[in-house]
Design a protein around this ligand. Structure first.
Ligand code: GSH
Length: 205
């Protein structure tokens, strides 16, 4: 299987981390960011959005990071990261969809302005918006994590992967963080997973 996309992209991190959790080998090909290559006819034929990640598994070509994560778990998980129960799968799907809806923009606001921006290009309103977006979403996760160890339920699963990928930025930036004890404990557990350390905890750039 081939995964197209630079390793420091938050959306590439999700399937790369998932594959490592499952012990599935992926050949990752650098693309996007400084590597370019997203607008070539060859790549646009795979992903007409011209975005990473993109997965190729034989005849199957998939884009959208969460669809790729779900596919990896379904095709290679043997029940490990995605349960057979419809309710448990739906709960994971809920947290994954929620994370994409709630976190993608705040993540972009923070990384573009606090990591990639210069003092001259820094947009303070976007930083405020990003911090508020993270805090609002993480408070929701904190409430659930007070009652269960993982967003996916009793065990780690695909429902934890998107928020886990986004949360690394928030815990790494030099910012003031509100006290969110359950999210903090959940993040600590993530940092103890070797697949998370290897694929998510990379220098932020
Ligand atoms: N909803 C898509 C978003 C994909 C996306 O925005 N990818 C970004 C990287 S995180 C991208 O391709 N940016 C252009 C680049 O890296 O050059 C997903 O979850 O896969």
């Amino acid at each position: 299987m081939k995964l197209w996309g630079r390793k420091n992209s938050v959306n590439v991190k999700k399937p790369a981390w998932c594959a490592a959790e499952l012990g599935v080998e992926l050949e990752r090909v650098d693309l996007g960011g400084p590597f370019g290559g997203l607008g070539t006819p060859e790549f646009l034929a795979k992903n007409p959005n011209g975005l990473i990640p993109c997965l190729e598994d034989g005849e199957l070509v998939l884009w959208e990071s969460h669809s790729i994560v779900r596919y990896l778990a379904d095709a290679h998980g043997a029940g490990r990261l995605a349960s057979d129960s419809a309710a448990a799968r739906a709960r994971c799907g809920m947290w994954m969809d929620w994370a994409l809806g709630k976190m993608a923009e705040p993540y972009r606001d923070l990384i573009m302005n606090l990591v990639r921006g210069t003092p001259e290009t820094r947009d303070e309103a976007a930083i405020e918006r990003g911090l508020a977006g993270f805090e609002q979403a993480l408070r929701i996760a904190d409430g659930t994590l007070a009652r269960q160890p993982w967003l996916s339920g009793e065990t780690f699963g695909v429902g934890d992967i998107p928020l886990g990928a986004y949360a690394y930025l928030w815990f790494t930036l030099d910012i003031e963080r509100p006290e969110l004890p359950n999210v903090g404990a959940w993040y600590e557990k993530l940092t103890q997973r070797s697949a998370y350390r290897e694929h998510v905890m990379l220098p932020i750039s």
